[in-house]
Ligand binder design. Structure first.
Ligand code: THU
Length: 139
């Protein structure tokens, strides 16, 4: 079993718990995410909507924010699991892909799962080719 496979098994109940806490009264679209660090710490996030729709926070960015707030170093996050109830493993949005790319490890994996058998997974270069990178600001 690869380290990513082992991580997915550990992350799945956390992503499902997070989806159950989703605040999504407008879309009714629950999303949970869980991310694990090199040190083996797990962080959860869910989508949190707002009556001012543009303020909605996605589950993936909620989990990554929790990790950073707890002291996880950018680049130390190894596997992120997204869970959406239902039979479709959904794709993460573009904004979340940019944030994942900056905070997760170069050899990390993002996986999406659902209640059915479908899973999807992406490496950083697959989910965000030609990213905007921090180096661009340091020149
Ligand atoms: N959402 C996420 O949490 N993650 C994504 O990658 C895509 C969309 C949420 C935002 C909103 O609460 C709902 O799904 C419908 O867009």
């Amino acid at each position: 079993m690869s380290r990513h496979e082992a991580a997915i098994i550990r992350l799945e109940p956390h992503a499902k718990t997070a989806a159950g806490r989703s605040y999504s009264p407008y879309s009714q679209f629950r999303v949970g995410a869980a991310v694990i660090s090199e040190a083996g710490r797990v962080y959860r996030g869910c989508n949190v909507e707002n009556a001012s729709f543009g303020l909605t926070q996605c589950a993936e960015r909620s989990a990554l924010t929790a990790a950073v707030c707890d002291g996880a170093a950018p680049g130390s996050l190894t596997t992120l699991l997204i869970y959406t109830p239902g039979q479709t493993a959904h794709s993460p949005c573009g904004a979340c892909r940019q944030v994942m790319h900056e905070l997760m490890a170069a050899d990390s994996l993002v996986v999406s799962c659902c209640d059915g058998d479908e899973t999807r997974s992406w490496t950083p270069s697959e989910y965000l080719p030609d990213p905007f990178v921090p180096d661009a600001l340091l020149r």
